[in-house]
Structure formats: C-alpha cells, structure tokens
Design a protein around this ligand. Structure first.
Ligand code: 5AD
Ligand code: SF4
Length: 484
C-alpha cells in the first residue's frame, strides 16, 4: 500500500559532509518513503563531498526523486527536465559540470523513455539501486554516456546503505518493509517497487535505538504494505509487525510508535491486540479500504470485502476505544455504478473517519484496470469525489471539534507560525499550536485543546512532561540538516 498524503509538492533533502566541495539538490515528490529515500541518497553521496543546496544554479548534481502514483506525474518530470537542460547548458558555458539523475518510481517505470526523450539525463535509477548511487555518479562524471540501473538486484539494498547519519528530529521515519505482492488492479507499486521484502528485525531495532539517541521521540514505521512485515527476528524466527512493535516499545526514550500503510488483509489478531496492550502505539491507524462496494473491491483485486473492514474496525475499537481511523478511497474505478458509490458513502457514514485521502480513479498504463470495460466518465467521477470529500471533511471537522476541551500529551516538534508559539503533534496526528518557551522542542508536553481550526488545533500548555527521567531532560533541539 502506498503512503497517504502524497500530493506532489517537492521538498528538499540533504546532508552536509565534512569537507563540502560540491553541491547537491534533491527534489522529492510523493510519499514519505520517497522523503526517506532522498535522505538516504544524500547520506550515500555525502562521502563524495556533496553538500545540500536549494539553488539549482549552484547544484553540481540534481536528483529528481519521482512518484508515479498520480496522473501526469511523468509529464511533470519531463517539464522539470526541460528546465534542467537549460541550467546544465548555462553551467557548462561557465566550465561547470552538472550531473542530472532521475530516481524513484517514474524512473523505474519509464527508464527507457527518459533516456530517449531527455538524453541530457546522466543517471536513471530505480528504488532498489540507491546504494549504488556513488558508483553511478563516479561513472557518470567519467563518461558522457548515460547509466541506467533499474534492475532489482538479489541483494538487500539496505545492507549497502550507510547508517542513517542525519538526525531526523523529534519525529522520525524508519522503513521496515518495501514492495508489494498484492497487485490491486489500479496500482503501479508492485511493478515499480518490486516484490515484498522485510528488513531483519535486529537492523530495525538498532536503527530505532540510534534515532532515539539522536533525539527522536516518535518513530513511524514505513512500508508500502507495512503490516505484511515478516522479517527475521534476532531469535531466528519470523517476526510479524505486532512482535516488532512490542520489541520497539521497550526502547527507553521511545515514546510513540506509528506505522503506515496497512492492508486490511494483513491486520492479524496480534497486531489488533497490540493496539490495546502497547501504550506507545498511538491511537490512530491509516487503513485504506478504497471502496465500500464488494463488487468493486473484487474488481480491484483487493482480496477482502467491506465486512472484513467493518470487522477490523470493530475489533480495533474494542481493543483501543479512543482509536481514530484514516483511510484512502478511489471513486470511479472501472465498473463503479451509482449503487457501488452509495455503498462507499454508507461505509464512510457508518465508520466515521478522523482523516482520509480520496482520489478519482486514473488509469495507470500497464495495470489491469487501465484495460477494463466500464471506464467511468470524468464528470461522474468529479461529482462522486465532491460528494465523498464533503462527507469526509465534515467527519474530520467533527472529530477535531470533539477533541476540544480534552487534556492530552503532545510531542513538541518545532517552532510555531507566530513568535512565542510552538508546534506539536497530538496522539491523533493533528497539528497543535500553543504558547510556550522554545526549550520544550523535542520533548513531551501536556496541553488542553482549546479550539479546532480547519487543519489544526490551538491549545494551552499545562506542563512539560518527561516520561523517561534523565533521557528527555535537558532537551537537545535537533536541526534538520545537522552534520553527524
Ligand atoms: N488512481 C487513483 N488513485 C490511486 N491510488 C493508487 N493508484 C491510484 C490510481 N490509479 C490511491 C489509492 C492508494 C493511494 C496512495 O493512492 O487510494 O491507497
Ligand atoms: Fe497498496 Fe494494492 Fe498498491 Fe499494493 S497493489 S501498494 S496493496 S494499493
């Protein structure tokens, strides 16, 4: 399952080497997995002397880390590449070389087209080959020819990446699983990210301890199909996600755990029970259902029906009564009738979501749904999306309004928008703002939620809390691009 919140807004990532000689610009689109991968790419390039920059004209290397999940993603990449060709020409006139690399899912899916349409691109690399980036950069700067590296190698790419060097801040992401074998009719992920693969639990525990030592208090475990996790445990047995979460929760100083993105088919009994038994596991779950119609769920090859989803929600709420739910929905999958859509609306009304992402179906070439009969006219998709989003917006506002008056513990993540204000995160992923001294950044605080706004809550500070004495105090503010 791909990550939620994947609007294609570029973000930058990078890390300063000991003796910066060259500049690196990484533009990241898409999911948290790509944000994580960009940070790792910056890590592997740092020993080659690459320091981060945000100014394209001074970049000796530009990496476009792309996302394929949205419609027209590849066209956006090609128009960016057109602009980069001009920058490369201008820099070459001044005697400066520019290496241009395309990474991520567009590279994986359209490698050959990129080299044909944009011959000024030096490197095209798929998500499984990032550990070989330094070698590719070296080869690209020696030869004028292009380097293509999108095959899935047998070895584990994580084994070849250096330990994450850049502190991530109070909230950290940790990839535990990659790839997907589920082949939903509409989705490119099984083709671009390859088969499902789980990291060994020992390596994950070691990375989590390192993140906590660097100041992270909340860790979100990531994977396209994170709850299908089945990594080798230190005891030689196969660990499930539930087992892994219970072991992570024992790390002193690690206050909060989350995981995304899950598939209903993989919500096993132990994982559901963990929501009631592991206090560090936050009462929030992103569990995409895509549709409320059994007919459409079958056409989507989801391997579950609406009743299975309803049953999971019921068991989760029994295990953890304050759990809030988030989901992904697709409207207008081929064959979706008004009646099927009404089933989706009914499921949403009945479940009540705190947050949700909803999309119009868009055909991805090469996926089974792209060739299915019964493609839904655009105007109908628009109307259904508007109706669904209005309902989901109302539910989100109701959920936020229902939090007003509650006293909760929040993780203070940084400075707020206004002077004297801090930004924090509630247990339910809501941004929370309140007045407090900057020294609280990186720690936990108890607040009273005072008012709900469209996308955040304002609060009053009650007390700074330190659940692990001596570990959270004094708090070290963590800068995003600090040198390790
Ligand atoms: N069309 C529309 N939405 C899609 N998603 C994935 N593929 C498509 C597609 N072809 C949505 C799903 C997924 C989320 C990350 O993106 O809802 O869960
Ligand atoms: Fe998620 Fe299905 Fe895509 Fe796998 S194929 S990533 S389960 S939507």
């Amino acid at each position: 399952m791909a990550m939620p919140g994947t609007e294609p807004a570029p973000t930058q990532a990078g890390q300063a080497p000991a003796a910066p000689r060259k500049k690196l610009l990484i533009r990241t689109w898409g999911c948290q997995m790509n944000v994580y991968d960009s940070a790792r790419m910056a890590d592997v390039l740092a020993p080659l002397g690459y320091a981060p920059t945000e100014a394209v004209e001074e970049a000796d290397m530009v990496v476009l880390n792309t996302c394929h999940i949205r419609e027209r993603a590849s066209e956006k990449v090609f128009s960016d590449l057109g602009r980069l060709r001009d920058t490369k020409r201008e820099r070459a006139a001044g005697g400066k070389e520019t290496i241009i690399a395309v990474a991520g899912c567009v590279a994986q899916a359209e490698g050959a087209e990129i080299t044909a349409r944009a011959p000024w691109v030096d490197i095209v690399l798929g998500p499984q080959t990032y550990h070989r980036l330094p070698e590719m950069v070296a080869r690209a700067s020696r030869a004028a020819g292009q380097v293509i590296e999108t095959d899935f190698p047998a070895e584990d790419k994580f084994d070849h990446l250096p330990e994450a060097a850049t502190p991530q801040g109070p909230v950290a992401f940790l990839t535990v699983q990659e790839g997907c074998d589920k082949f939903c009719s509409f989705c490119v992920v099984p083709y671009t990210r390859g088969a499902e693969f789980s990291r060994p639990a020992g390596a994950i525990l070691a990375e989590a301890r390192r993140l906590v030592a660097q100041g992270s208090r909340e860790i979100a475990l990531l994977g396209q199909n994170v709850n299908a996790y089945h990594g080798e445990g230190p005891d030689g047995r196969t660990w499930t996600l539930g087992r892994l979460l219970r072991a992570l929760a024992e790390i002193p100083g690690l206050v909060r755990l989350r995981y995304a993105t899950s598939h209903p088919r993989d919500m096993d009994d132990d994982l559901i029970a963990a929501h009631g038994e592991v206090p560090a596991l936050m009462p929030f779950l992103h569990l995409p259902v895509q549709s409320g119609s059994d007919r459409i769920l079958r056409a989507m090859n989801r391997g579950h029906d609406a009743a299975l989803f309803r049953g999971i929600v019921e068991r989760l709420r029994r295990a953890r009564p304050d759990i809030a739910l988030s989901s992904d929905f697709i409207v207008g999958h081929p064959g979706e009738s008004e009646r099927d859509f009404a089933d989706t609306m009914a499921l949403v009304r009945e479940t009540g979501f705190a947050l949700a992402y909803s999309f119009k179906y868009s055909a991805r070439p090469g996926t089974p749904a792209a060739n299915m009969h019964g493609q839904v006219p655009e105007a109908e998709k628009d109307a259904r999306l508007q109706a669904l989003q209005a309902l989901l917006r109302e539910q989100q506002q109701d959920f936020n309004a229902g939090c007003v008056g509650r006293e909760v513990e929040v993780l203070v993540t940084g400075a707020g928008r206004h002077p004297g204000q801090l930004a924090a995160r509630s247990p339910w992923l809501q941004p929370v703002h309140f007045s407090a001294p900057a020294g609280l950044i990186g720690g936990m605080a108890r607040v009273r939620l005072d008012a709900a706004h469209p996308n955040s809550l304002s609060a009053t500070l009650l007390a700074a809390t330190s659940p692990v004495a001596g570990l959270l105090d004094p708090v070290q503010p963590v800068s995003e691009h600090a040198t390790a």
